[in-house]
Design a protein around this ligand. Structure first.
Ligand code: 5GP
Ligand code: MN
Length: 315
């Protein structure tokens, strides 16, 4: 038996945590594990603490039970999934810390390690892939498989990013054999966009500019732009991927405004720039080819610093 299962079997109450702005891999891993525990350990109390889950992910079983308001419950076991540092637990950080035993399962290169038991595989495509290897295949239900498959689909950009390996595809295949509907998971959660999202995407691409002989593409979404298209940060998924595949581009930078003087930055690279290193220097994190951070100050000032760092890496 592995440490994760051993600790789950010992605990009566279990809380699962992911990261702020929960994405497909975060929701997939949290509810993959939630379903696994519900299906195989009926007597245990298990809760997932995450910010409210956006509509397109709510087909995953259990997402209607998510707890989005912090409380002061003390759990036997706290499990952190897909979260690179404890700040990213947001308002739920103290519930995790107060659990009698804590586990961290992750795949972020920038994760420096936390929890009583820490396991991180930076080469893994997704946290769902990491988690899958700790679960008993025969005990994975269709609903658990749907959640894990969702996470792999999203963190690999539908089986396309560099971290997609033979192991990733093998696991995806095993999940398919549980009877899940791959096409609808991919279409409904990854490709489908609203009309307003399309208009926002168009605007961001129109506004984008090239730097360093076309090796860098960047764009910024101000609050005014969000308002103009009746959109929000929840509508930005996928825009940076369109920027990233621009011919000749190595790095894509997309910022959006979170507050008067606060922007969130997303970074993607294609072949050789380590964007995780840049994000870490701003206090954020992520992976070599996909990373992000929040930064105070003007977009123009911070973008200059980012560009400088890219230039240094290129030299
Ligand atoms: P995205 O740009 O899609 O928000 O994030 C890309 C990757 O960077 C994800 O793996 C995400 O977890 C990580 N990331 C994004 N923003 C932050 C941040 O503020 N802090 C840390 N540690 N990681 C981040
Ligand atoms: Mn992930």
């Amino acid at each position: 038996m592995n440490k994760l299962i051993e600790k789950i079997e010992e605990a009566e109450s279990i809380a699962i945590f992911g990261h702020l702005n929960p994405d497909g891999d975060c929701i997939g891993s949290c509810f993959g594990l939630w379903n696994y525990i519900k299906d195989n350990y009926e007597d245990k109390e298990v809760n997932v603490y995450l910010q409210p889950i956006i509509e397109k992910f709510r087909f995953i079983r259990g997402t209607d039970s998510v707890i989005s308001i912090p409380d002061d419950k003390v759990y036997d076991l706290g499990i952190s999934l897909d979260c690179g540092d404890t700040d990213r637990h947001g308002d739920f950080g103290s519930i995790y810390k107060n659990a009698k035993y804590t586990i961290c399962f992750d795949h972020h290169r920038s994760n420096e390690g936390f929890g009583d038991f820490f396991y991180c595989e930076p080469e893994s495509s997704s946290c769902c892939e990491v988690l899958f290897n700790f679960l008993d295949y025969d005990k994975i239900s269709k609903e658990c498989a749907e959640a894990l498959y969702l996470g792999i689909v999203h963190d690999t950009g539908v089986f396309k990013y560099e971290a997609t390996t033979e192991a990733t595809m093998t696991i995806a295949g095993k999940l398919l054999s549980k009877g899940i509907h791959s096409q609808s998971i991919i279409d409904e959660t990854f490709y489908k966009v609203s009309y307003n999202q399309n208009r926002l995407t168009g605007r961001v691409l129109l506004d984008s500019k090239l730097y360093m002989d076309g090796k860098v593409i960047a764009s910024c979404i101000t609050k005014e732009i969000f308002d103009e298209y009746e959109t929000s940060k929840d509508d930005t998924d996928g825009i940076i991927d369109k920027m990233r595949v621009t011919d000749g581009v190595e790095v894509a930078v997309l910022a959006y405004q979170k507050g008067e003087d606060l922007f969130k930055y997303s970074l993607r690279s294609v072949n050789y720039i380590d964007v995780s290193a840049i994000a870490v220097s701003f206090g954020g994190g992520g992976h070599i080819r996909a990373a992000g951070f929040d930064a105070k100050g003007s977009y123009e000032d911070n973008f200059k610093i980012i560009l400088d760092m890219i230039e240094k890496q290129m030299r």
